[in-house]
Design a protein around this ligand. Structure first.
Ligand SMILES: [Zn+2]
Ligand SMILES: [Zn+2]
Length: 136
């Protein structure tokens, strides 16, 4: 069953929508996600890239990940809200941040990843599977 995800940035200049089943939902505790989000982790929802419709101007910051592939982080250039992720490793995949959803209650994390760099003040749900790096 497809889910209707809608959301946007803090100032409202960027909006998005997606009608598709989420591929995964998970909290990434890598240092890059900590730096980019300013928090303990990034709550990410993986969706099929073609299903993501964006309106407004998005700026991307690209960085080489562990695997040598490019990870692109999309944000609103006006308010700086972090909204999107794309990796050159899996081009058919797009990621949206759970906190940017209009209804963040749609977020149902299934796992914690990159827990090897999780912070001691980051209290994780013990019921979720933990992966020190990527889950494969
Ligand atoms: Zn904005
Ligand atoms: Zn990460």
């Amino acid at each position: 069953m497809a889910t209707n995800f809608t959301g946007g940035c803090l100032c409202g200049a960027v909006r998005y929508g997606c009608t598709a089943e989420a591929i995964f939902m998970g909290n990434c505790h890598c240092r890059d996600c900590q730096k980019a989000s300013g928090g303990a982790y990034e709550p990410a929802i993986g969706i099929p890239a073609p299903a993501l419709k964006i309106t407004g101007n998005v700026k991307n910051y690209e960085v080489k990940g562990d695997s040598g592939k490019i990870l692109s982080r999309g944000f609103c250039p006006q308010c700086g809200s972090r909204l999107f992720g794309k990796t050159s490793a899996v081009t058919e995949l797009a990621m949206i941040t759970a906190g940017s959803l209009d209804d963040p209650n749609q977020y149902r994390p299934q796992m914690d990843i990159y827990t090897s760099s999780a912070q001691p003040w980051d209290h994780m749900n013990p019921a979720l599977p933990k992966f020190p790096k990527m889950p494969m």
